[in-house]
Ligand binder design. Structure first.
Ligand code: SF4
Length: 276
C-alpha cells in the first residue's frame, strides 16, 4: 500500500462525530450531529463511484471515533475491495474480526493514545498486536500539558516494542497552544524534520503557497461536504454525494496561516496532477 504513489487520490473522511471518549483537548464529540446520518449503503455506493472515476484511492477514515459508526466493520470490508484504508482510532474496540478479514496490504490502523480514557499498558499490548498494520510502526499522542510529562517515558516503552510515538502539538482556534518548552519536547520526539515539523509547530506559514489539497487530496465531512483539508470548513470542493462531484483540476493557493497536518500537499517543485 502506497498512498503517495504518483497520481493516487487520497481522502480524509470524518465518518461520524460520535466518540466513546470525552478527551479535554477534542471538541468533535460535543459538535451537533447531522439530523440524518449518511447510511453505510449510500457510502458504499459513493466509494464505488469514486473508484470508477479516480481509480483506487487511499482513505483516512476518522471521526469522532469511526469504529462507533453503525455498520463500521462491514463498510470497511466493502471499501477495501477497491480502495486502501487507514483507520484513525483510539483503539478501544475489538480489532480481531477486522484484522482477520483484511490484510495489512489493504488496511492501516493509525491509533492515538488518549491517557484520560485509556490505560497505557492495555494500549501498548493492542498496538503491538496490530503492529503489522501500523503506518511506519507509528502511534500518536497529543502533547497536552496534562500529559506531556509522561510522553518521553511512554515513547521509550513503545520503542522497546518496535513502535514509534508521534507527538501531535496541541491546537486550538487555528494556533499551536504549546509553550516553547513543550514545543521543544515535541520537536525532540518527533521523527519529522525540515519543513514538515516547522509547519506543524507554526514556525512556517503556508499562506499563498500552491497546494494540491482539493486537487489530489480532500477531506469529506459526515454529511458528504468536501473541504480542501482539515483547515477549511467551507465545503468549497462540493459534496461527494453529488454524482457530478469533481476535485479541483489544478493546485490552488493556500489561504490559511497554519498547516498542522497536511503540509505534504504543498507544491514544492513539481505540479503533478491526480486522475480526477
Ligand atoms: S497548505 Fe496546508 S492548510 Fe493550506 S490548503 Fe494546503 S493542506 Fe490546507
Amino acid at each position: 500500500m502506497n498512498p503517495k504513489e504518483e497520481g493516487r487520490v487520497v481522502f480524509g473522511w470524518d465518518l461520524c462525530k460520535e466518540c466513546n471518549y470525552r478527551c479535554p483537548y477534542c471538541g468533535v464529540w460535543k459538535e451537533a450531529r447531522p439530523a440524518a446520518p449518511v447510511p453505510p449503503e449510500l457510502w458504499g455506493q459513493v466509494w464505488d463511484r469514486m473508484a470508477e472515476r479516480c481509480g483506487s484511492c487511499h482513505i483516512y477514515v476518522s471521526g469522532g471515533e469511526p469504529s462507533v459508526y453503525t455498520g463500521f466493520a462491514e463498510l470497511m470490508v466493502r471499501l477495501v475491495r477497491r480502495h486502501t484504508i487507514e483507520i484513525c482510532t483510539n483503539l478501544s474496540w475489538d480489532v480481531e474480526p477486522l484484522i482477520a478479514a483484511i490484510p495489512p496490504e489493504r488496511m492501516r490502523i493509525a491509533p492515538t493514545f488518549h491517557p484520560s480514557f485509556a490505560d497505557f499498558e492495555a494500549f501498548l499490548r493492542k498496538a503491538v498486536r496490530v503492529k503489522d498494520y501500523l503506518p511506519d510502526g507509528q502511534v500518536y499522542y497529543v502533547a497536552h500539558p496534562g500529559q506531556i510529562g509522561e510522553m518521553p517515558e511512554r515513547s521509550r516503552r513503545l520503542q522497546e516494542r518496535g513502535v514509534s510515538l508521534i507527538p501531535l502539538p496541541l491546537r486550538g482556534d487555528g494556533y499551536v497552544l504549546n509553550s516553547e518548552e513543550e514545543k521543544r519536547i515535541v520537536a525532540d520526539l518527533s521523527p519529522y524534520r525540515g519543513d514538515k515539523i516547522k509547519y506543524q509547530l507554526q514556525e512556517l506559514s503556508p499562506k499563498g503557497r500552491l497546494c494540491r489539497a482539493g486537487q489530489r487530496y480532500a477531506v469529506i465531512r459526515v454529511d458528504g461536504r468536501v473541504d480542501r483539508c482539515s483547515q477549511y470548513q467551507t465545503g468549497e470542493v462540493g459534496s461527494i454525494l453529488d454524482e457530478d462531484f469533481r476535485l479541483f483540476p489544478e493546485p490552488r493557493a493556500c489561504g490559511r496561516d497554519y498547516c498542522p497536518i497536511e503540509s505534504q500537499w504543498i507544491v514544492e517543485i513539481d505540479g503533478a496532477r491526480g486522475k480526477c
